[in-house]
Design a protein around this ligand. Structure first.
Ligand SMILES: [Zn+2]
Length: 188
């Protein structure tokens, strides 16, 4: 977490130092020891390696629209913790998330989206409903935070692997939200 936030401070200050991805390439062929796993949205404006100023081999990134927890994403995180020994999982939501906004629209207007989108929306609806119950001034922001918190709780409690690793103190699961206009990451 210290290294992530130190890298983030550099990013915010416009002093990002990672950029030459060719450097050290051959040395990385033998394996990887990432410092953190990040579950983030697929949104093109949310780039974990840049946001935390980390290079190749540093972050194990799982991306899916709405940064929801699904079976394959969870399996990826299990691989990260069990096989790679990653000590930190961060679920990172972001401002103006199109997936969360779509879930709000579905909830309010009883829309039915095409293709496979309903399956993704179903994973976001509980957070939308929970946030709505608090009557927030900004439902999109509140539902985004709620979705991150719910996803953190689900991952941390997922049996048998990650729940046991959390219990043993081998991995920590935290949540954050990335603010697109300012670039700032806030823990939630
Ligand atoms: Zn998004």
């Amino acid at each position: 977490m210290k290294r992530l936030m130190a890298g983030h401070a550099k990013y915010l200050a416009g002093q990002a130092s990672v950029g030459n991805y060719a450097a050290g390439r051959a040395g990385r062929a033998g394996g990887q020891t990432p410092i953190a796993a990040i579950l983030s949205c697929a949104d093109s404006r949310v780039l974990p390696e840049l946001i935390f100023n980390q290079g190749p081999g540093d972050l194990f990134v799982v991306r899916v629209a709405g940064n929801v927890e699904n079976a394959d994403g969870l399996a990826s995180l299990e691989y990260g913790t069990e096989v790679l020994g990653i000590p930190l999982i961060m679920v990172m939501g972001h401002s103006n998330c199109g997936a969360v906004a779509a879930a709000i629209k579905v909830h309010r207007e009883n829309l039915v989206l095409p293709g496979h989108l309903p399956g993704l929306i179903d994973l976001l609806l509980p957070a939308v409903k929970k946030a709505e119950a608090t009557k927030p001034a900004n439902l999109l922001a509140a539902a985004t935070i709620e979705n991150v918190r719910a996803t953190v709780a689900t991952i941390a409690a997922s049996d048998p692997l990650i729940a046991a690793a959390v219990k043993a103190g081998k991995v920590k699961v935290v949540g954050s939200v990335y603010d697109v206009p300012t670039g700032k990451v806030t823990l939630v």
